[in-house]
Design a protein around this ligand. Structure first.
Ligand code: B12
Length: 249
């Protein structure tokens, strides 16, 4: 099992020691960073400190040096966001700090997006994606969108705080066979179910496959509200999207 000492970056080691208390979370985070290269750990440290210019530069450097975009995303940016999430939950940091981290994440993602989105192949299908009503979290949704575009899907991004009507309208207008909803708050998760009900009421439920995701969402919850599928991360989102439109994996 990876140990704290396997992480080279002093700052990351200190963050884990100071802020990650639950043994299961500690083991998970140590695992994430122990397998990350020193350059990825450095990106993670800058993200945790909310230094968007540093993340911007280090991400560019890593990509220029030939590091795969997916590695920068998983081992640098997403791994660091896991620490930010725990610090936020435990009240070690608050909304302004998290916003700085989110800004830093976006600075890194800006360089990753063109690489992951450049599929250069005929679109597999159209997908409407949005964060549900009342919810302003879009980092995970945007990662899914990048990966979907990279896999050859044409994505219509409805952004955040998306009402059931906007989902309905977009699916109809674009004749999209697939739709994805994201929710990060337990209070907004029920809006996924409400959106599905709106499709039933409008007699459009059988015209579109609906996938759901976001940190608090589970397969059970997805089944309960009648979604067609649940994906735990952006890679799963692409696999699910392909499955739902009957495209080759
Ligand atoms: C960043 C962040 C913010 C930022 C958002 C910035 C932005 N532009 O997105 C800001 C500061 C604005 C924010 C605000 C708030 N937040 Co906030 N936030 C977070 C934080 C730290 C990280 C979320 C994130 O980006 N994760 C990284 C991404 C990559 O992961 P992800 O979103 O889960 O996405 C992946 C998968 O879930 C999946 N996925 C996502 N969507 C989809 C969709 C489909 C179709 C599929 C298949 C897959 C899929 O793939 C993604 C990529 O791998 C989380 C903590 C956490 N652990 O999640 C809290 C968290 C979600 N926030 C929380 C709270 C409470 C709030 C606020 C209410 C705080 C406040 N008092 O104001 C507000 C709510 C604002 C609102 N109305 O939405 C709580 C929610 C608690 C709960 N039980 O509901 C959390 C869990 C923190 C905590 N533990 O307390 N937040």
């Amino acid at each position: 099992m990876p140990q704290l000492e396997d992480i080279q970056n002093d700052f990351i080691r200190q963050e884990i020691t100071d802020f990650i208390e639950r043994p299961d979370e500690k083991a998970k985070i140590i695992g994430l960073f122990a397998k990350a290269s020193p350059a990825m750990q450095k990106i993670g440290a800058a993200l945790i400190e909310g230094q968007n210019k540093v993340v911007d530069q280090l991400t560019r450097d890593a990509l220029d040096a030939g590091t795969p975009a997916l590695e920068v995303m998983d081992d640098g940016l997403i791994a660091a966001m896991a620490i930010v999430g725990i610090k936020f939950r435990e009240n070690f940091i608050f909304v302004p700090e998290v916003l700085s981290c989110a800004r830093a994440m976006k600075a890194g993602m800006a360089h990753i997006e063109p690489i992951l989105s450049a599929s250069g192949i005929e679109p597999i299908a159209k997908v409407v994606m949005g964060t549900v009503k009342g919810d302003l979290h879009d980092i995970g949704k945007n990662l899914c969108i990048m990966m979907l575009r990279g896999a050859g899907f044409e994505v219509i991004d409805l952004g955040v705080d998306t009402s059931p009507d906007r989902f309905l309208e977009a699916v109809e207008t674009h004749e999209a066979p697939l739709m994805g909803m994201s929710a990060l708050l337990t209070t907004t998760m029920p809006n996924m179910g409400r959106t599905i009900e709106a499709f039933i009421d409008a007699d459009l439920r059988d015209k579109v496959k609906i996938m759901v995701g976001g940190a608090p969402v589970t397969q059970d919850f997805a089944d309960e509200m009648g979604a067609d599928g649940y994906g735990k991360d952006a890679v799963a989102c692409v696999a699910l999207a392909k499955k739902l439109v009957g495209a080759a994996a």
